[in-house]
Design a protein around this ligand. Structure first.
Ligand code: GLA
Length: 739
């Protein structure tokens, strides 16, 4: 049993492998948060509560004239606006009579042996126990049902809230967040992941001081600019030591994560749907389910936190046939041809690819309607038979005959004004009547909240996907939302549209993926603009960034690794000089970096030299050989890329310590500068390891303890071993346990 309720102390304790989560119902019925951290030895930590008096922090009515009680100081599980807690809140609601101060108190609880499915929303799955606590407004029958599912092995608690209106009249929700985490201490940092197109998930670590720090999206998707994943950690926390808490939202739309240090120097983190642009009318008898948030704790540093998320998300978030299955090495024609292709050219690329060991051809943008450039045809999901003569069935036969699989690109949520779909349904895009429409990449966004729109897109996609033996779909989304207004919603419900859009996208994904379970879906939004845990429920991999430069990718993939498993990170070898940055790098370096993801190529393989073609063969073999280590092994960040940017190093180690793979990329070589010592991880201390470069050169034999405790020093730039440690040089070193 991972969930216990102490009837006398009115305390709930959720136990995981290394942690405990504790909360209590206090004498007034409020549900207070006590602890999420290292284990408590079966004890209670209610003694930590500060019930002192604070002027300007009022006491609830039930306390009468007693002054030493205030919600403004006490740690809460689901804080509400308007009833005496002035910090950031989870819920803000207006009741039918205009009152805005519900007081949520404990009503009942149940312990379930599994996790209820959150209808229409992504959620963790698999073996777990769930605590369901129902809170009720002291004055009305407004209910909030809090769910806590315990994934003990990963020190993870999945949380969400369901707001149920039993008040007898409609209410309006202005905010309905998923989670609040109160820690009754100060001295924390917030780690978050900011970015922009072609530069996603840059790591920023900032002290949490008095006031609020928030990261958010109001772009309609989770966005390139901020990611719905943050880490709260001790100032002193490192990769290997210190307390840290991950808060990750399983949601792909507008979100907010807010960290706050309050007047009593306690820290609060909240996360959920962004209240900006959100308002939901809840009729009597209806309920509103918030997205789920996955909280993970590590008392052993940020590295362990990431590894827990990697395993949790790989095993208990990604679904379907492809979640754990080895993914095919693919060739994507986008950077090889852009819009300039036809079936013969694709087949020639595939012929070359298959000869080099590549397993799947992905036909990217440009195969449909009148799509000769990116100004037109989105929404016309009908094969252009001038480009693909004989249709997709014929092309697929030719590709399959080469021993390769076939994949296809779609951008289902979009519409071009120059399209048959727009000419037939000019009202299907998001727009407000009588007002202009903002264009992004010259395209408009379909109103995915509408069933007729989804049905039409579904039917077109279904027809194409059933016309051939497809193995893969890339689901793209290339602009953010504006003019968020729907012809289907009354004026007082337009505030529901951002969320209804996301629910509509999820519904279409669920439907198509159910109909084509054999197809591997890869998510994409101009690269990694929708790289979030919500999407990973539908796609087990996401194109990480449109920036394919391996040197830029070092930081992008580094940042992504904090919250997301390697098996979800789409990464390809592309041409050099790189199309985004103009940087020249070796074929080897591009391979080493792309191999730390779902590996593929994105260039015209026919244009490679014989030596480079040989390298493709070797890379594909190496990727196959290392697949389980990269995807099922433990991932270690060996150097902090925010503290220095000269060298990047990371390692994969088998869980049993039998093998490891060390990756090093020199970014900026400096004269006479000793490279840093790398403390390897995850090895068996007493065993010996043979270190061999991927070119077969043996480096030496050391004990695991020596490599972890004393470390391994990579080559100096002007040293002769290993040869070639220049700017952008990469080394991949295999470690094999030999006794
Ligand atoms: C986006 C994707 C690219 C490619 C293009 C096609 O930018 O991220 O990989 O598919 O669209 O238009």
């Amino acid at each position: 049993m991972s969930i216990r309720f102490d009837e006398n102390k009115k305390t709930f304790t959720l136990e995981t492998a290394h942690a405990a989560y504790q909360m209590m119902v206090d004498r007034d019925g409020f549900l207070l948060h006590l602890h999420f951290g290292d284990k408590l030895g079966g004890g209670s930590c209610a003694g930590l509560l500060d019930t002192g008096y604070m002027d300007f922090s009022p006491a609830p009515d039930i306390e009468g004239t007693y002054r030493n009680y205030t919600l403004d100081l006490l740690p809460q599980e689901y804080p509400v606006f308007g009833a005496g807690d002035y910090r950031s809140h989870c819920m803000n609601v207006t009741l039918a009579d205009g009152a805005r101060n519900p007081e949520l108190v404990y009503a009942s609880h149940r312990i379930l042996s599994e996790k209820p499915v959150l209808e229409g929303l992504p959620g963790l799955h698999g073996a777990c126990e769930t605590l369901e606590i129902t809170l009720r407004d002291r004055w009305t029958d407004l209910e909030v049902v809090l769910l806590y599912s315990v994934f003990a092995e990963y020190d993870a608690i999945a949380r969400s809230a369901r707001i149920v209106n039993r008040t007898g009249a409609p209410i309006r929700l202005h905010a309905a967040l998923s989670v609040c985490l109160d820690v009754q201490e100060s001295g924390f940092d917030l780690i978050h992941f900011w970015g922009r197109h072609v530069m996603e998930r840059q790591v920023e670590r900032t002290p949490i001081t008095h006031g609020k720090i928030s990261v958010d999206s109001v772009r309609g998707t989770s966005s390139h600019q901020h990611n719905p994943f943050v880490i709260l950690c001790d100032h002193m926390a490192t990769e290997d030591a210190g307390r840290c808490w991950g808060v990750s939202l399983l949601y792909s739309g507008n979100f907010v994560a807010c960290a706050e240090e309050d007047q009593s120097c306690s820290c609060r983190v909240t996360m959920g749907i962004n209240p900006t642009g959100f308002e939901w009318r809840l009729e009597n008898g209806e309920s509103f389910q918030t997205p789920e948030a996955a909280l993970v704790y590590s008392g052993e540093g940020i590295g362990a936190l990431s590894r827990r998320y990697h395993k949790l998300y790989r095993r208990n978030l990604c679904r379907g046939e492809w979640a754990l299955k080895q993914r095919p090495v693919l060739i994507n024609n986008w950077e090889a041809t852009y819009f300039e292709f036809d079936d013969d050219k694709l087949v020639r690329i595939a012929e070359q690819a298959s000869e080099l060991g590549v397993e799947m051809l992905v036909v990217d943008d440009g195969w449909f309607g009148n799509r000769f450039d990116d100004n037109r045809a989105l929404g016309d999901w009908i094969v252009n038979t001038e480009k693909v003569r004989g249709g997709m069935g014929k092309l697929c036969e030719r590709i399959n005959a080469l021993g390769m699989k076939l994949g296809l690109w779609f951008e289902p949520e979009m519409i071009s004004e120059d399209s048959e779909l727009y000419r037939a349904h000019p009202d299907w895009c998001l727009h407000a009547p009588g007002r202009g429409k903002s264009r992004g990449r010259n395209q408009l966004v379909l109103d995915m909240s509408r069933k007729d729109v989804r049905d039409c897109i579904h039917d077109m996609m279904y027809t194409v996907l059933s016309s051939a033996n497809f193995a893969y779909v890339k689901w793209d989304m290339n602009r953010h939302l504006t003019d968020v207004w729907s012809a289907e919603l009354p004026a007082d419900r337009q505030g529901e549209l951002y969320h209804r859009f996301v629910l509509g996208v999820y519904e279409l994904l669920e439907r198509l993926e159910g109909e084509f379970p054999q197809i591997l879906f890869e998510g994409c939004s101009g690269g990694g603009g929708r790289f979030d845990a919500g999407m990973l429920y539908y796609h087990p991999q996401i194109w990480c960034s449109d920036d394919t430069d391996p040197i830029e990718r070092l930081e992008i993939q580094y940042g992504t690794s904090f919250g997301y498993p390697i098996s979800t990170v789409g990464a390809h070898v592309s041409a050099s000089p790189n199309h985004q940055t103009g940087r020249t790098t070796s074929f080897h370096t591009r391979g080493v970096v792309a191999m730390s993801g779902t590996f593929g190529y994105e260039l015209d393989l026919r244009k490679l030299s014989e030596d480079e073609k040989e390298q493709v063969r070797a890379q594909v073999k190496q990727y196959h050989r290392q697949y389980s280590l990269i995807n099922d092994g433990d991932y270690y960040r060996l150097l902090d890329l925010t503290a220095q940017k000269d060298i990047s190093a990371w390692e994969f180690a088998a869980e049993d310590g039998s093998r490891a793979l060390l990756n090093i990329v020199y970014i900026h070589v400096r004269g006479n500068c000793p490279p840093p010592v790398l403390h390897l991880r995850g090895l068996t201390p007493d065993a010996s390891y043979r270190l061999t470069e991927d070119n077969g050169r043996e480096i030496g034999v050391w004990t695991g303890a020596a490599l972890m405790n004393a470390g391994f020093r990579p080559a100096r730039s002007n040293a002769c071993y290993p040869a070639g440690a220049t700017d952008y040089a990469a080394f991949q070193i295999e470690l094999e346990r030999i006794d």
